[in-house]
Design a protein around this ligand. Structure first.
Ligand SMILES: C[S@@+](CC[C@H](N)C(=O)[O-])C[C@H]1O[C@@H](n2cnc3c(N)ncnc32)[C@H](O)[C@@H]1O
Length: 176
């Protein structure tokens, strides 16, 4: 009994991953979507003013010229992707939650925004094209362990056209 209790409250090693799916779990993905869409809660997406300011800042760094292909990894329900598309970027969004991707597709279609959404793991994705710009928004990089960070950066690099940019909010702009 004591051993079991001790095991239950033991602090897990840093960055220990669950064996089960997390982002695509039925309950977790439902709560995440609710949190993303709550304009007064900053636990999943930032508040609207901050998002708008971030999008303006990003679009100043890499302006949406003709057919600027932008890949937003960990796009959630497409809050940023829609704003990027409205500014003229050709947007692809990738997320590991089927529920968020379904919501994002539906929302884009209702607003007649031409955005490609893909259910995929950004640590493993192998998309058939390269992009002018990749974004990863909301500190996701910080939640990855050192091996995953290497994998992510390798994968981002593989999906960038030569000389293109990766913006990992809120770290800094990485130029390759
Ligand atoms: C904190 S939310 C941020 C969502 C969005 N960038 C925003 O700021 O509104 C993190 C998102 O990353 C997605 N995600 C986490 N790990 C992922 C992975 N390995 N591949 C793709 N998406 C992932 C989650 O499903 C979630 O939608």
């Amino acid at each position: 009994m004591y051993q079991e209790l001790r095991k239950a409250i033991e602090r897990p090693p840093l960055y220990k991953k669950m064996a089960e799916a997390f982002w695509d779990d039925a309950y977790i993905s439902k709560q995440m979507l609710k949190a993303h869409l709550d304009p007064d809660f900053e636990g999943a997406s930032r508040k609207v003013d901050f998002i708008d300011e971030s999008v303006r800042w990003i679009s100043r760094l890499v302006p949406p010229e003709k057919q600027t292909q932008l890949l937003d990894i960990g796009c959630g329900p497409g809050i940023y992707a829609e704003k990027f598309a409205a500014l003229g970027y050709e947007v692809t969004g990738v997320d590991y939650s089927r529920r968020s991707i379904a919501y994002a597709r539906d929302s884009a279609s209702k607003q007649q925004l031409n955005i490609t959404y893909l259910f995929d793991n950004y640590l493993e994705m192998a998309l058939p094209q390269q992009f002018d710009f990749i974004t990863l928004i909301y500190c996701d990089y910080g939640a990855l362990n050192p091996e995953e960070r290497k994998l992510l950066l390798k994968n981002v690099l593989a999906h960038l056209k030569p000389g293109a940019n990766f913006c990992s909010m809120y770290l800094r702009l990485h130029s390759f």
